[in-house]
Every structure is written in structure tokens, then in C-alpha cells.
Ligand binder design. Structure first.
Ligand code: DMJ
Length: 454
């Protein structure tokens, strides 16, 4: 056979395999869309005037005394991304007509920010419906009282009607997870004050880091004194680091990058733990650097994504491998494991349908194009269908060992878990979404990049 003919055959085979693989990932992405619609239709049918639908009983559920449109707003950009335009338009119409923030309820400013302000801003960018931007702005305005401390670090809760604040003991995540949404609000409204509040809080925390360049787990926002010196990358600290690196990428404010550059070596020195079961990030005291726990969990699985964004691809790949081992221990990941013993920590057996491990697989696949991240996503998706799917949606699992379900489907299941699965499989198809000009907030709502910094 002539060499040229052989080349043609090889090329056809290669293209054939490539197309075939792309098709199979396309069909996985389509399956995720099907599950999104299944969950959405149940929400719509059974809980339209409420925040969420309970996946086992089909009962409606509100976070507070009255609805804050949690599923509607958290799911909205996902509906558009997956092509469910009519469903999306229906939500926009409903929000524009009915949404109102004049409610006598004390709410978590952090959750309202990442889910509602984030979701309204990204949906505004998609639809260009100005009323969504107005809803985001008027909601942020009702949160402003939380920033009234002398330190600049926000209180945790605010009454949306009266502006009364509470929650003096807070944590880095709830203090330092505003700049993506509030910076975007400044960009879209031309009012710099939103960026200012968020940045002041980030800097206030940074100024209170230990001499080892670590932060603790809880702090008094009035006095600025640490109330827990436990340092880790888990819940309560996680998105503080995420917002430094993402905030820099989004706004090119060098101050944010400089802060991250001070933390990163300290995190690697005191928290990174290379043991027989893999690379992990455990717990240490922020002042002494002494290891306190060999714990890692479902929430911590966001960190490979942060490592990818900060350029540490090797660290990200190692850590994601560990995360997948954690998932495969019981074919659903628990809230916390002891990675030295590779055992679930007592009292932390639940899996709340969290997205972080998928989010990290998505970032890693887009940077490496390594098929193994698609295979990870496939295994996770199949386990979700097997162990979490119920009559009216997907249910959290209260114990990954017994697989006993709980009657809750958090709104981040729409905003993040299913969305990141969809984006992961979509990324393997020829006409995939491009997010080069966007940064996802911690609830997976994409925000457009813009230069704000110095
Ligand atoms: C989400 O609400 C956000 O990602 C937040 O930063 C912490 N994790 C939950 C989902 O697990």
C-alpha cells in the first residue's frame, strides 16, 4: 500500500474515533439537559411560588417566611445555556412582575449575594432585560447595612425590610465573597461604591492574617479578633481564596493578585499534605502552623479549580485525583473524610449534592483535554442518577455509607452541579461554549471580564 493511502486511512480512522467520541460526550451533555428539565418541570409543577421543591415528597420549601425565588434565579442562566429559552423567559416574566425585596426577614447576606445577585446579574447579561439588573441592584442596596462595621468586614445577616444587622462572629468566606458580584454591579451601574465595599472587606481580612500568612476559621467583624485560629481551605474559608484569584482575573486589580500570591506559598507550606493516599490540604493552626487535623471534604474539592486558575496545574491534577478517590470510597462523596485513614469522619456522612469536584474536573478538562476528567464526570453523573434521583428531583443523601436519602434539593444543584456536568461534557464537543471572557462566581454564574484595577 502506498504511504499516502495509508495516511488517508489513518486520518479517516482518527477523525472517525474523534467524531464518535465527541458524539458520545454530546449525548452525555444531552442526558444532563434531560435531568435538568426533569428537575425543573417538577419544581414548576409543584413549587412555583416557593424557593425549592422537595425531591421525595414533592412538597414546596421556602428558606425563610416568604420566598426569595431561590430555584428560579439560581437556575435561570442554566435554563438559557441549555437552550430552554421558553422556560427562561417564563421565569424572567414572573420575576419582573412579582419579585420584591421589601420583606421583613433576616437573611444570610453571603447566600443572597452568591445565588441571587450573582444569578440576576448573569441572567441580565444573557437577556439584556434591564429589570433583572434593577432587581440585582435594589437587592444589593438592601444588603449594604452589613458593611457598617468599623473594620469594613460585613455582618452575616440583614433584615431586608428594616436593615437591622446581626452575626458579629463571621468567617473569611462570608466576609470575602462579594467582589465578583459587587464589582460586576459597579461595572454595570457605573457606581463604584459596590466594588469599594467588597474590596475593603477583602483587605481588612488580609491585614489580619497571621505572621505565617494564614487566616483562621472565624473572626469578630467588630473587633477584628480571631475567634478560631483553625486554618484550612474548607467551608468557611474556601471562597475567600477563590475570590482573590477570580477577582484578579475578572477585574485585573493587582492588589487581589498580590494578596493571593502571599497566601499561596503559606497554604502549600502548612496545609498541603502529601501522604500515601495522595495530595491533600488538611488543617493547621494559623499562628503556629502545627497540623491539627488530616481532614478534607466535599467542599474542599473546589480547590483544584483555584489551582488551575492560579497556574498550578500539577497541584490541581494531583488534588483532583485525591478528590476522585474520596468520591469512589462510597461512590458519593461525604462532607468530610480523614484522608490518612481514608475513612468518613463521624457526623459528616452526608452528601448534599455538592458540585465542587465536578467544577474542578471541568476546569481541568478545559486546560488539559485529558479524557480522564470526562470519565470522572461520567462516573459521578451515573452515581448521582443511581443513588440520588427520586420521584420529583434529586435528593441529598444523609449518609453515603447507607445511601439513605434526605428530602432536599438545594438550588446549587441547578446552578452548579448539573450546570458543571453539562459544561464538562459540552467542552468535549466541537461547538462547545467558550468562557474565555467570563469568570464564574462561586455559584457558577458567569460574569464578563472587565478592567477595573490599577
Ligand atoms: C455553593 O453554594 C457555593 O459554591 C459556595 O461557595 C459553597 N458551596 C456551595 C455548594 O456546595
Amino acid at each position: 500500500m502506498k504511504a499516502s493511502k495509508l495516511w488517508v486511512i489513518l486520518l479517516i480512522n482518527f477523525l472517525g474515533t474523534f467524531t464518535c467520541e465527541a458524539q458520545s460526550w454530546q449525548s452525555m451533555a444531552d442526558s444532563v439537559k434531560k435531568e435538568y428539565l426533569f428537575c425543573w418541570d417538577n419544581y414548576k409543577k409543584l413549587a412555583w411560588g416557593f424557593d425549592e421543591v422537595k425531591p421525595i415528597s414533592g412538597q414546596p420549601f421556602n428558606w425563610y417566611a416568604s420566598t426569595l425565588y431561590m430555584d428560579k434565579i439560581d437556575a435561570l442562566d442554566g435554563l438559557y445555556m441549555m437552550g430552554f429559552k421558553n422556560e427562561g423567559n417564563e421565569v424572567v416574566k414572573d420575576l419582573v412582575k412579582n419579585a420584591n425585596w421589601d420583606k421583613d426577614i433576616s437573611v444570610s447576606a453571603f447566600e443572597i449575594n452568591i445565588r441571587l445577585i450573582g444569578g440576576l446579574l448573569s441572567s441580565y447579561e444573557i437577556t439584556k432585560n434591564k429589570q433583572l439588573l434593577t432587581l440585582a441592584k435594589t437587592l444589593a442596596d438592601r444588603l449594604i447595612p452589613v458593611f457598617s462595621t468599623t473594620t469594613g468586614m460585613p455582618y452575616r445577616f440583614v433584615n431586608l425590610k428594616t436593615g437591622e444587622v446581626k452575626g458579629t462572629i463571621s468567617n473569611p468566606a462570608e466576609i470575602g465573597t462579594y467582589i465578583i458580584e459587587w464589582g460586576t454591579l459597579s461595572r454595570l451601574t457605573g457606581d463604584k461604591k459596590y466594588y469599594g465595599y467588597a474590596k475593603r472587606a477583602l483587605v481588612a481580612l488580609y491585614n489580619r492574617r497571621s505572621t505565617l500568612n494564614l487566616v483562621g476559621e472565624s473572626i469578630n467583624v467588630e473587633t477584628g479578633k480571631w475567634t478560631s485560629t483553625s486554618s484550612h481551605v474548607s467551608g468557611g474559608i474556601d471562597s475567600y481564596y477563590e475570590y482573590l484569584i477570580k477577582g484578579w482575573l475578572l477585574f485585573k486589580d493587582e492588589d487581589l493578585k498580590n494578596m493571593w500570591n502571599v497566601y499561596k506559598p503559606a497554604i502549600d507550606k502548612y496545609l498541603l499534605d502529601k501522604v500515601a493516599s495522595g495530595w491533600w490540604y488538611g488543617y493547621a493552626d494559623m499562628n503556629t502552623g502545627m497540623r491539627t487535623q488530616t481532614y478534607y471534604g466535599a467542599l474542599d474539592a473546589f480547590y483544584p479549580a483555584v489551582l488551575v486558575l492560579s497556574g498550578d496545574l500539577q497541584g490541581a491534577q494531583q488534588l483532583e485525583q485525591s478528590c476522585f478517590a474520596m468520591w469512589n470510597l462510597h461512590h458519593l462523596e461525604p462532607e468530610v473524610i480523614d484522608y490518612k485513614k481514608m475513612e468518613v469522619v463521624k457526623g459528616a456522612e452526608a452528601y448534599a449534592l455538592r458540585p465542587e469536584i465536578i467544577e474542578s474536573a471541568y476546569y481541568l478538562f478545559t486546560r488539559t483535554h485529558d479524557q480522564k476528567y470526562l470519565e470522572m464526570g461520567k462516573k459521578i453523573f451515573n452515581d448521582l442518577k443511581l443513588y440520588c434521583k427520586d420521584s420529583f428531583g434529586y435528593a441529598e443523601v444523609s449518609d453515603v455509607l447507607t445511601k439513605k436519602k434526605g428530602d432536599r434539593e438545594h438550588s446549587f444543584f441547578f446552578a452548579e452541579t448539573l450546570k458543571y456536568l453539562y459544561l464538562l461534557f459540552d467542552a468535549a464537543t466541537p461547538k462547545h461554549f467558550q468562557f474565555d471572557d467570563y469568570i464564574f462566581n462561586t455559584e457558577a454564574h458567569p460574569m464578563k471580564k472587565q478592567f477595573i484595577g490599577k
